[in-house]
Design a binder for this molecule. Structure first.
Ligand SMILES: Cc1cc2nc3c(=O)[nH]c(=O)nc-3n(C[C@H](O)[C@H](O)[C@H](O)COP(=O)(O)OP(=O)(O)OC[C@H]3O[C@@H](n4cnc5c(N)ncnc54)[C@H](O)[C@@H]3O)c2cc1C
Length: 437
């Protein structure tokens, strides 16, 4: 595998990255889900944790830890992803504003470096490798085991959605919620553009607080912003949690008839995207191209972004949801390889488009990719200080610009842990030198 060979190695988690990041052209792809080793081991107690394989799916970890009344603290929206795959990126969802991303909720890793060394690393031991691997896009080592921090798991979730027609009011409420001490346990949001006819889709499993008023609500095709929040609870705390929710809602400025509520189990809530997967698979709409674009936008620039993109570059949301929610970086550990905008608070904006394979129209791959490019160009022209999440670049210059002042450290770590550039070639960051023949 050294300099005498051109062979590279990619760890493949569940293979959900979108641009071939878990592939190795003419190299070796390791199916991490086939990794055999010790089973998941849960350690209950004050500082509870679970030891898992790097190829383990988060949904399996949820089911195993729930047997002990415990669960990981930070999630992604979809749980059929591997530990190694999300820890190589960040793992961000509606819990990240208070818990940080998944990479901030790991105590220890076992890693096989590009030099073939098996290293156990943590904040205390081999911390440079530990932080390098977290958010390191697979560049420094393959995560074979991870120790994930756990907390008491709630049984139930109050899940709430409400609409806004003014972006400034919506974002003000989102920001005050992520910054307040007593808030919801999960805060996300999404944009609805030009969807008059299908306005019911956004809340199909929710009940209106006031059915009469809700039935009379008409958006007249305006762009709407949906705030989505959740509060966890156990059945014996139902009354107290209802009062807490009432208090929190009373401070928000949503459109009153558009308050919709739902009560589901914790597992149902966390595994919600899988339920959509089952439906989409039945319709043949799951295994199609997903030209997604995920951006991290500084809080001070989110209004410029919304004004320039929603309703202008993006004129409807029929190709897929657009998620938008702020996170508070002061709760995050900034020693990892994960790159964020410079400000303390920033927004994740996720354009989660699906493309109709044979279409050459506005729902086709070419059109959506061009639209993504227009969004990126707008961000660059307006100098918004945006960073890509789940980044994809083709040249080292672009990667250097992405990492900014952190590039130097990244390169040093690469030469320390994977000097021949064997690992994760699909990220197109470093190229293994071809041997003479
Ligand atoms: C429906 C859906 C919803 C999603 N929702 C979210 C979300 O809410 N939040 C979020 O943050 N992300 C989300 N994602 C994105 C997801 O985190 C990434 O696609 C991630 O890469 C998927 O993990 P995977 O197991 O499929 O990894 P892969 O795509 O297989 O791998 C990703 C990268 O990590 C490397 N890698 C994989 N395993 C290891 C390992 N063990 N050690 C070292 N490197 C490794 C690969 O080589 C590759 O470079 C979502 C994806 C989907 C499909």
């Amino acid at each position: 595998m050294g300099s005498a060979s051109g062979i590279t190695v990619a760890a493949r988690g569940h293979g959900h990255s979108l641009e071939g990041q878990s592939q190795a052209h003419e190299g070796v792809v390791i199916n991490m889900e086939s990794l055999e080793g010790p089973q998941m081991q849960v350690y209950a107690g004050k500082l509870a944790y679970v030891d898992v394989s790097g190829g383990e799916l988060w949904i399996n970890i949820l089911h195993e830890t729930l047997k002990y009344g415990l669960a990981p603290k930070s999630w992604t929206d979809y749980l059929h992803l591997t530990v190694g795959g999300t820890l190589s990126n960040a793992g961000i969802s509606g819990q990240a504003f208070r818990r940080g991303p998944q990479i901030n909720n790991v105590n220890q890793l076992e890693v096989v470096t590009g030099k073939g060394e098996v290293v156990t690393c943590s904040e205390e031991h081999n911390s440079d490798l530990f932080y390098g691997v977290l958010g390191g896009l697979g560049q420094f080592g393959i995560i074979t085991r991870a120790r994930i921090s756990l907390e008491q798991a709630p049984k139930m979730v109050k899940w709430i959605r409400m609409l806004y027609s003014e972006f400034s009011v919506f974002s003000k409420d989102q920001e005050s919620l992520i910054l307040s001490e007593n808030s919801f346990d999960y805060i996300e949001g999404f944009v609805i553009i030009n969807r008059t006819g299908l306005l019911n889709n956004w809340r199909s499993s929710f009940n209106p607080k006031d059915p009469l008023q809700a039935s009379q609500f008409n958006s007249y095709g305006k762009t709407l912003y949906c705030l989505e929040v959740a509060k966890y609870f156990n059945p014996d705390e139902a009354n107290i949690v209802n009062q807490k929710i009432e208090r929190l809602l009373s401070k928000l400025s949503y459109i009153p008839p558009t308050l919709f509520l739902s009560e589901v189990s914790y597992v149902h809530f966390l595994d919600r995207v899988h339920m959509s997967e089952v439906i989409l698979r039945e319709k043949g709409l799951w295994e199609i191209p997903h030209p997604w674009l995920n951006l991290l936008i500084p809080k001070s620039k989110i209004h410029n972004f919304a004004e320039g993109v929603f309703g202008k570059i993006i004129t409807n949301t029929s190709n897929g949801p657009i998620l938008i929610y702020p996170v508070n970086k002061s709760k995050w550990n900034n020693r990892t390889s994960f790159v964020t905008p410079d400000e303390d608070n920033f927004y994740l904006v996720a354009f989660l488009s699906s493309a109709v394979p044979s279409s050459t129209g506005t729902d086709g791959l070419e059109y959506i990719l061009a639209q993504n490019e227009r969004i990126l160009n707008f961000c660059s022209m307006a100098d918004l200080g945006v960073k890509q999440y789940l980044p994809h670049y083709n040249t080292q210059e672009e990667w250097q610009a992405h990492f900014g002042f952190r590039w130097e450290v990244f390169v040093k770590r690469k030469s320390a842990y994977d000097p021949f550039a064997i690992l994760a070639p699909g990220q197109r960051m470093f190229t293994k030198a071809k041997p003479f023949v």
